[in-house]
Design a protein around this ligand. Structure first.
Ligand code: FMN
Ligand code: ADP
Length: 312
């Protein structure tokens, strides 16, 4: 899959494609349905498929502190899109200039001049352009003028519930991992590099791989049963994600993973942590001794849970 960053990096060979536009945060089963349709149309027309995404996502641009926490950072989103068979991603910076483009200008600059789109696949609630005035009817009219077809992918519902990034966030916040996994089509995961921490973990009899989080806000906090892979081998563990109120810190979110019966050096490695079950909320403990006792209980609970269970 090819990544093109910014309209200015589009070349003549990128013109002529089948495209879709959106945030694709989480690349959930609703997104996957649109991407499947995109693949079909690309095959029928013998054209490459292109997904247009924004970075930051528009809501993050308008309200960095109020936008919902990301389910997938850019790197993970790109890997998931590649796995869905997308040929090309055009990643546009959502900046004041882009924000001010009218719907007609967006169509002209991005879809016509930039991509020469022959077919556009959109979600049924997709809106775009300054103040979100562009909608499906607008695109259909533009398509008639410029010679491209537009199709609105039907809403994907599972058990009567519309699949959405918001739905996944709500499931995570409620600790309903079965639902999150159902909506995503895979377990919820966070990937990142293992950084050096405060070296407190070993004093707590629970060394923890400190997985780097690139964003301040996270879609879940608490203590969880997790699994990861080390050298291709599935490995169970227990993790805390949150601000660690018992430990002096800067208030930013951390993901700390203790792997059961693991001894070794994980610094610098990239871990993908899958979340399976919530054990408890993160707590503020009065002493490190009390925190140590709580962590020992969490580890015992994780051991009891994973005993004899195949890792997912
Ligand atoms: C299973 C588990 C549960 C944890 N629960 C809490 C908690 O409730 N409150 C808290 O402040 N920190 C909690 N922590 C985080 C510890 O404070 C953290 O792992 C410790 O500070 C080690 O940090 P370091 O890797 O920077 O040395 C938990 C860690 C683990 C592994
Ligand atoms: N069972 C284990 N689970 C997680 N990390 C472990 C384990 N055993 C050893 N390690 C290593 O120890 C490091 C964590 O030790 P810790 O004292 O918590 O230090 P830090 O504060 O740097 O995270 C991990 O990054 C990893 O390299």
């Amino acid at each position: 899959m090819q990544l093109v960053r910014g309209l200015h990096n589009l070349r003549p060979q990128h013109r002529g494609c089948v495209a879709t536009i959106g945030n694709f945060d989480g690349v959930h089963r609703g997104h996957q349905a649109i991407l499947a349709r995109l693949r079909e149309r690309a095959a029928e027309l013998a054209l490459p498929s292109c997904v247009v995404i924004f970075e930051p996502q528009p809501r993050e641009f308008f309200g960095p502190d109020t936008a919902p926490a990301r389910l997938t950072r850019l790197r993970d989103k790109l890997a998931l899109l590649a796995a869905e068979g997308v040929d090309r991603v055009l990643c546009l910076s959502f900046n004041p200039r882009l924000r001010e483009l009218s719907a007609a200008e967006f169509v002209q600059k991005v879809l016509i001049e930039g991509l020469d789109v022959r077919h556009l696949e959109v979600g049924d609630d997709f809106r775009f352009g300054c103040d979100r005035v562009g909608d499906f009817a607008f695109l259909e009219q533009a398509g008639e003028r410029h010679g491209f077809t537009v199709e609105a992918a039907a809403t994907v519902e599972l058990d009567g519930l519309r699949v959405s990034s918001t739905g996944v966030r709500e499931a995570l916040a409620a600790g309903d991992f079965a639902l999150a996994e159902h909506l995503l089509g895979r377990p919820f995961q966070i990937a990142g590099r293992v950084l050096h921490g405060q070296k407190l973990g070993r004093q707590l009899d629970a060394p923890t791989a400190n997985v780097q989080l690139k964003r301040k806000r996270v879609p879940l906090t608490g203590v969880y049963l997790v699994s990861t892979e080390v050298d291709g081998q599935p490995w169970p563990g227990v993790a805390n994600i949150g601000v660690r109120p018992s430990v002096a810190g800067d208030g930013s979110a951390h993901l700390e993973v203790h792997l059961l019966d693991f001894a070794g050096d994980l610094y610098g490695r990239r871990l993908t942590v899958a979340f399976h079950h919530k054990l408890r909320e993160e707590q503020r403990f009065a002493s490190l001794e009390a925190l140590k006792t709580a962590i020992a209980a969490d580890i015992a609970a994780a051991r009891a849970h994973w005993q004899g269970q195949p890792l997912k």
